[in-house]
Design a protein around this ligand. Sequence first.
Ligand SMILES: Nc1ncnc2c1ncn2[C@@H]1O[C@H](COP(=O)(O)OP(=O)(O)OP(=O)(O)O)[C@@H](O)[C@H]1O
Ligand SMILES: [Mg+2]
Length: 456
Amino acid sequence: MTLLNPMTPREIVSELDKYIIGQSKAKRAVSIALRNRWRRQQVDKSLRDEIAPKNIIMIGPTGVGKTEIARRLARLANAPFIKVEASKFTEVGYVGKDVESMIRELMDYGVKIVREEEQARVQVRAQELAEERLLDILLPPLPKKRPGSVVSGEEAVKGEKEEQDNAREKMRELLRGGRLDDRVVELDLTSQPTHMIEVISAGGLEDLGMNLREMLGSMMPKSKKRRKIKVSEARVILIQDEASRLIDMDEVIKKAIELVEQNGIIFLDEVDKIAGREGGHGPEVSREGVQRDLLPIVEGSNVNTKYGIVKTDHILFIAAGAFHVSKPSDLIPEFQGRFPIRVELDSLTKDDFLRILLEPKNSLVKQCKALLKTEGLTVEFSKDAVLEMCEFAALVNSQTENIGARRLHTIMERVLDEISFEAPERSCKEILVDGKYVRERLRDIVKDKDLSRYIL
Ligand SMILES: Nc1ncnc2c1ncn2[C@@H]1O[C@H](COP(=O)(O)OP(=O)(O)OP(=O)(O)O)[C@@H](O)[C@H]1O
Ligand SMILES: [Mg+2]
């Protein structure tokens, strides 16, 4: 099975540092949690099963990096990861049992990871096989006997065979060189009518969808259809076809279940919205009710998925919430007990904004530059332009609503609005965005609080 990445906590934090500014307490907590899973796997089998994951609650205002930390962590761990809004379970139309759907979703993800790994493993072989099949189509093997042939006997057979092999190798060369890509060939394609299945599962009947989809899938007649397609397309289809023959799906599922059970991470967002012991209003499922529904899954239970039973005992849960109104202590005690680690995330300051704009590998400034580069524009931001944007972001956050680093996105869009719109037609391809430009673009909006409520 996929090995857990044995990164040390320090390495994990430094990896997270490449994307997330500040929030060192939260980074520490998640890095320890991840390392603990690796530690657990080293422990003697008899004790291993006893060690429960130390689930985490991240507490902090909106837009300060909670989701981002969890997402990056999952990437590092190459673990199946999903994000669920806890509050969705309080909505009308959800019954308690539906919380199990998140395990199913996680399992789908796990299967996807393992299948892709397997696919990569068999890729070379699949390519080879696909090439042979393409050659068979392009150069059908000659009929065994050619009546009226002047040469007879073994000589002839040998000669023909040689000729054929030569032709095949020449064809192979052409094929590899991409010279035949546009040639049209005929290919038998098996297609499964999927529309009807999708309609049914779109109804949100997740439980039903689970088995029914499979059942219907195997009931539907698989239609074989001869189609004319280009060699380049046929190659892709044949590689996929060969790959799926080489992959043992039962093995994939077995590995995926193991991966999900041992390494799965569920990010439970907006958990503050289900805190509080009073019932919901009207037809809402009560918040305490949702906690009680979630409890067995967090504590460890068996969930039935279309791939088989998945044990949730060792899945890591990272919960997050602003906890403005409610407090973690408003959660029911059993629930609190399953989330022993609490970390607070800090509100972001102007200085954090500055670093967020510039430092992360995927920083907003880098993203915007890259997007405009596709139009042939070279955009530079002067130091004071970036500073101005941060000032404005902090100001608008304090005047209207504090949406954290997300404010930088709205500010950036506003600043680049004109450049973005005119980019394809601009004659001057070098643009310097300076402080003056930023002020011009934003001043009037920021001055007018009502306006900035709508625009920024
Ligand atoms: N500390 C940070 N460093 C770098 N980028 C950040 C940071 N905080 C937030 N961002 C950026 O701001 C955006 C929103 O962050 P994120 O989704 O993590 O917020 P959140 O804390 O989960 O908020 P919410 O409570 O609303 O879910 C993301 O695009 C993220 O890249
Ligand atoms: Mg979030």
